[in-house]
Unconditional design. Structure first.
Length: 132
């Protein structure tokens, strides 16, 4: 997310903004968000699924929104090549593509481990494979 924010900022803003500046602003804005994200993971581990899921979704929304804020902030301070609106649209498209890819990989690995656990459970309960 930081890389996408930096890349879109470089695309939109004429003056070069150093990566350290973008990173420090991003970390400063998202310190509470990351703590909330960790809290939601702990809640999900403790099987508080409803509240944990709501907090997880909220923290992801805030994480993505902070990149939009930084692009708008840097565009307001410096000269731009084109409207920051288009930069924000490009940023959101890039973030949603990345979330789709990593989300699908994570979801498929979770399903794969669930299927392996289910198969081993059924094998232990019903005495191995069946022969028809």
């Amino acid at each position: 997310i930081v890389g996408a924010t930096f890349a879109i900022t470089r695309l939109v803003v004429v003056q070069a903004i150093p990566f350290k500046k973008v990173l420090s602003d991003f970390v400063f804005i998202n310190s509470v968000t990351v703590a909330t994200l960790l809290l939601s993971i702990i809640l999900l581990i403790m099987e508080a699924y409803t509240f944990g899921t709501v907090v997880l979704i909220l923290s992801f929304v805030i994480l993505v929104t902070s990149g939009v804020y930084l692009i708008a902030k840097y565009s307001g301070i410096n000269h731009t090549r084109f409207s920051s609106f288009y930069g924000i649209i490009i940023y959101l498209i890039v973030i949603f593509i990345l979330m789709r890819i990593f989300g699908e990989v994570t979801f498929s690995s979770i399903l794969e481990s669930f299927n392996e656990t289910k198969d081993s459970l059924f094998d232990s309960l019903f005495g191995g494979g069946s022969t028809f």
